[in-house]
Design a binder for this molecule. Structure first.
Ligand code: HEC
Length: 126
């Protein structure tokens, strides 16, 4: 008797739940598509990467990837791939330390060693 009463109700609402789930799933997919389009694929370090490169990679992921892309392919910020062909080590350090237009200043947020590490990472790995 009871289950006979519950059933029509659950089938009444039954149609809505999967629809909501489908919408949520759709939103989630759209969101991750946007994220991966902006972010690129995360870089995999070579097995022989030394400590400074590993540190640079961590700093890059924490401070730079959101604008320059996980793989350095660019986004809000310019592409950093093959940056070593466009800027000298010193020029690159200067941009990171002082910032430039919409590129934030990192001289006050990162230590000199951290800037060395992230600059080396972008030049040698991206
Ligand atoms: C808020 C976004 C943002 C973040 C975070 C950011 N950048 Fe940038 N970056 C930019 C933009 C925008 C430019 C281009 C500046 C210009 O137009 O002159 C740029 C330019 C650069 C350049 C010069 C590229 C060239 O071809 O001249 C370097 C090098 C650089 N960023 C490195 C970094 C590093 C390393 C980090 C992390 C420590 C970082 N950026 C974090 C936005 C960002």
């Amino acid at each position: 008797m009871l289950s006979g009463r519950v059933k029509p109700h659950s089938s009444q609402y039954g149609g809505r739940v999967p629809l909501q789930r489908r919408l949520l799933l759709g939103l989630f997919c759209a969101f991750s598509a946007v994220l991966s389009a902006c972010g690129g694929t995360e870089v995999v370090l070579p097995d022989d990467a030394d400590e400074q490169i590993v540190e640079g990679f961590e700093i890059y992921k924490a401070h730079c990837a959101r604008c320059h892309g996980q793989d350095g392919g660019g986004g809000i910020g310019l592409s950093l791939q093959l940056i070593e062909d466009r800027l000298s080590d010193d020029e690159q350090r200067e941009v990171v330390e002082r910032g430039r237009k919409r590129m934030p200043t990192f001289g006050t947020k990162l230590t000199s060693d951290e800037i060395d590490a992230v600059v080396r990472f972008t030049r040698e790995i991206l």
